[in-house]
Design a protein. Structure first.
Lengths: 87, 423
């Protein structure tokens, strides 16, 4: 499972999510790919992310299986991971 | 001889205490141009003077005239009434500060009746407690007239004069606080309002993104010294820009636009901005928490500049660059949060806060406006990361700002005296 995290350096919610993702990575077997909303704009625009940052896109076998928009708790991310890791 | 003495005594008793029948009672109104209560009192006089030819009104504007303020000061010293505020009406050696329609009117009429020896009305005034029996025996002395001519006046008046009925407009409520002692509502309320408005304005997320980006870039460089220096430069310059804009704005309001129409315009603006903030709050309840993306192209330009300045080898050039950036960015971002400083300026103006006092109030506002920035800065320096913060609560700044703006807007229209903390 890969999580694509789209964030921005000026966004406090994105920084707060970094810490949570680090904790998740230690616990689950996942890859995290980080994209900067402003400087990786071409790639970011492919995902049509809406108006809130950060965005977490959960990819399994190169296919998007779930998406979380905005600042979330660790439990929200774990819920998605547990659901799709079992599949 | 005895008969002559009785005759003299009789004649002396016949001399009235008040003014001669053919002379006028002069009323001196010290007012502020644009002060709502002064305007109300003037409206009352427009009608009253039409039907009372033996009363003359002399007006002194004190917000814009230092000479008139000086005269008011002399009068206050002489009659021993140092209550602040306008309208400040002087009749003989008696004074009435503030104005409440239907109450102050009667007090004025009673004072005038007393000096014109209208015994019938004076009796009614005593009955209705607008005058005391002691008041009714007072001799008319043209205190202001004589002081204005540079003459000295002897009024043998050591007790402070207060209206027979306390006018709530001037009543400055006091309460006891342990250790600090007796504190007046007015002394506490305005600084408290400055703190609340400053904090609310500061939590407005639109002004914070530049600081977060700057700190994030500096954390990435792992250069703590540079972070302390450039971060401080950015914060201090931002504070200075904000302060100068606010101070200029306050002076504009006080010197040019102290009119009722302007007050109503600001009130309408406050109501509009209040509704807009509440709309944003309700909207935010339906969307996810996090950072809202706005104008990527513009922001990217600023971010590229920040990166350029931060990576400069010369610290002086980096400092100058960050200063210029702080000036530019804050002037633009000010539009995003201009609502509260604009309304705060009007509140200070109706409280007649000028000069050094205005400086202090603006400083209080700015200090609390920047408090969240300082907290982020200090924690970022300590921990060298920005992960401890959350944007989840920023939506509540819309709720608080909306409620405050609506309350101020309504008060500016229907009860401006409450914003002067005269309850």
């Amino acid at each position: 499972m890969t999580i694509i995290k789209i964030g921005a350096s000026w966004c406090l919610s994105c920084h707060s999510m970094d810490k949570k993702l680090k904790q998740i990575k230690d616990k689950y077997n996942i890859d995290i790919k980080e994209l900067d909303y402003d400087f990786d704009d071409e790639e970011v625009d492919k995902y049509n992310i809406g108006e809130k940052l950060p965005v977490l896109i959960f990819m399994k076998n190169d296919k998007e299986v779930c998406r979380l928009n905005g600042e979330k708790n660790i439990s929200d991310i774990e819920e998605v991971l547990n659901k799709y890791e079992e599949d | 001889m005895k008969k002559i003495k009785i005759l003299i005594l009789f004649l002396l008793l016949m001399i009235p205490f008040g003014v001669k029948a053919d002379s006028k009672v002069k009323l001196y109104l010290f007012y502020g141009d644009g002060c709502p209560h002064c305007a109300e009192e003037e409206e009352f006089f427009d009608e009253y003077l039409k039907n009372n030819n033996n009363v003359e009104l002399v007006k002194y504007e004190v917000w814009h005239s230092s000479d008139n303020r000086e005269l008011l000061q002399k009068v206050q010293d002489k009659i021993n009434n140092h209550q602040n505020g306008v309208p400040f009406l002087v009749i003989g050696d008696k004074s009435i500060v503030g104005y409440i329609k239907g109450n102050t009117d009667n007090t004025i009429k009673c004072y005038v009746a007393n000096y014109l020896n209208d015994d019938k009305q004076v009796d009614e005034c005593i009955k209705d407690k607008y005058l005391t029996k002691t008041d009714s025996k007072k001799k008319y002395i043209d205190v202001v007239g004589q002081l204005a001519k540079g003459e000295d006046v002897d009024i043998n008046n050591s007790e402070p004069e207060t209206p027979a009925k306390v006018d709530p407009v001037v009543e400055d409520k006091t309460f006891n606080i342990p250790i600090l002692g007796k504190i007046s509502a007015k002394t506490v309320s305005l600084p408290l309002l400055s703190i609340v408005l400053g904090l609310t304005d500061g939590f407005n997320p639109c002004a914070m993104w530049v600081l977060v980006f700057l700190l994030s870039t500096l954390i990435g460089m792992k250069d703590k010294k540079k972070m302390v220096i450039l971060g401080s430069v950015f914060l201090l310059t931002s504070g200075l820009v904000y302060f100068l804009v606010m101070f200029t704005w306050l002076n504009v309001i006080i010197n040019i636009s102290m009119s009722i129409i302007f007050r109503i315009l600001i009130a309408i603006f406050a109501l509009g901005a209040g509704i807009y903030n509440l709309y944003n709050y309700i909207k935010s309840l339906k969307t996810d928490d996090g950072c809202t993306v706005v104008n990527r192209t513009q922001r990217k330009k600023v971010m590229v500049r920040i990166k350029e300045f931060v990576h400069k080898k010369s610290l002086i050039i980096a400092i100058l660059g960050i200063m210029l950036l702080a000036i530019g960015v804050n002037l633009v971002e000010l539009l995003c949060s201009a609502g509260l400083p604009m309304i705060y300026g009007e509140v200070l103006a109706i409280n007649n806060i000028t000069g050094p006092k205005a400086l202090v109030y603006d400083l209080i506002y700015i200090l609390f406006f920047m408090l969240d920035d300082f907290i982020i800065f200090f924690i970022a320096i300590r921990t060298m990361n920005l992960a401890s913060f959350s944007n989840k609560f920023s939506k509540y700044s819309h709720l608080v700002a909306g409620i405050i703006m609506l309350i101020i807007g309504i008060l500016l229209i229907i009860k401006p005296s409450w914003l002067m903390f005269n309850f």
